[in-house]
Design a protein around this ligand. Structure first.
Ligand SMILES: Cc1cc2nc3c(=O)[nH]c(=O)nc-3n(C[C@H](O)[C@H](O)[C@H](O)COP(=O)(O)OP(=O)(O)OC[C@H]3O[C@@H](n4cnc5c(N)ncnc54)[C@H](O)[C@@H]3O)c2cc1C
Length: 312
């Protein structure tokens, strides 16, 4: 039950401060709409998990995810957006004309329009031992944890662009990186595959899947199973970095929002959801390609749709 005293009213509330939410904020602020961006995690979202971004147009090649996040935030702030960061969203009410968002079981903000840009969270492997060593040997972020593994041997799990690019980035620190992938081929660009293959510190174990993360006090290795032969083997390692996709951050959203079977928000080409006045943008919505550029595009469209909605 949301507290009924409203702390402050806005034209638009954006939930999520990744590239989709920050871009929406830039457009809304420029349109002189009173905009609040509420972000549960660090500003920048998944961008801050990224060591170096090479494919964002106009930014210098290999800009860090953190720097690009700070640049986007500064731009949104310059256009007048207000921020509530590192808070917990404890209630959302989309039913009435004035939508409500409560943070930290305390303050309540209202707006006629909401843009949901809550993105995704790295998908865990879901095997025994993973949770036990999360943050103590198992990581989902090379930028955050890479230097803990200086001169150590690590495993990278995954076969997409993120896995291969982060494996290469991790060779700055680790003495050896073993990429483990469940298929016999990668789902990455030719360029990413070539760069990873040419790196002398990287080796590959294909068609194999981790069944268990092993260790008593500290992580010592993994139990690996070959996908075809079903044979098990033990691989010793000091750490594991997991890059196998994401889960949409929709668990805490109201049940009235239509989701697909992967729990992603269904939105149309103007980013409108099934709830009037509520738009979705970025990785949280059902779509094929998830990149910073596609999140930025969604954020633009959602903001323009919100502006039009408010003008009607
Ligand atoms: C390791 C890795 C490497 C990548 N490398 C690249 C790359 O090189 N180039 C590229 O283009 N893309 C890359 N991507 C993908 C890219 O980062 C994402 O597609 C993009 O960040 C999605 O943006 P978003 O704004 O939709 O969501 P996100 O970036 O996920 O941001 C969503 C934000 O919303 C917050 N949030 C969650 N729930 C709530 C809530 N209920 N209320 C308020 N806030 C909430 C989250 O904490 C987060 O800060 C990479 C991703 C990963 C994981």
């Amino acid at each position: 039950m949301i507290n009924s005293t409203i702390t402050e009213s806005f034209d638009v509330i954006v939930l999520g401060g990744g590239p989709a939410g920050l871009t929406a904020g830039i457009y809304l602020g420029r349109a002189k709409l009173k905009t609040l961006i509420i972000n549960e995690g660090s500003i920048g979202g998944q961008m801050v998990l990224t060591h170096a971004i090479a494919n964002y147009p106009g930014a210098k090649v290999d800009i860090s995810g953190r720097d690009l996040s700070l640049d986007m935030k500064a731009q949104a702030k310059e256009f007048g957006c207000k921020f509530e960061s590192n808070v917990e969203v404890t209630g959302i009410d989309l039913e009435s004309k004035q939508k409500l968002v409560e943070i930290d079981n305390d303050e309540v903000f209202s707006a006629r329009t909401i843009i949901i840009a809550t993105g995704g969270t790295p998908r865990p492997m879901g095997v025994n031992g993973e949770a036990k060593f999360k943050g103590a040997g198992v990581s989902y972020c090379a930028t955050c944890d890479g230097d803990f593994f200086t001169d150590r041997e690590i495993i990278v799990v995954g076969g997409g662009n993120s896995a291969l690019e982060e494996a290469v980035a991790l060779t700055q620190f680790a003495s050896k990186v073993t990429v483990i992938h469940q298929f016999d081929h990668f789902q990455a660009t030719e360029h990413a595959i070539k760069v990873a293959r040419e790196n002398e510190k990287i080796s590959f174990i294909m068609e194999s899947e981790i069944q268990e993360v092993l260790g008593d006090q500290t992580l010592t290795g993994v139990d690996l199973m070959h996908m075809k032969t079903k044979e098990h083997s033990m691989v010793t390692t000091d750490g594991i970095f997991v890059f196998i996709g994401y889960v949409a951050n929709t668990a805490s959203l109201p049940k009235s929002l239509a989701l697909n079977d992967r729990n992603e928000i269904i939105a149309d080409e103007i980013m409108a959801t099934n709830v009037t006045g509520v738009f979705a943008a970025g990785d949280v919505r059902e779509k094929r390609y998830r990149q910073i550029t596609t999140a930025v595009s969604d954020g633009t469209i959602a903001a323009l749709s919100a502006i039009e909605f408010l003008q009607k």
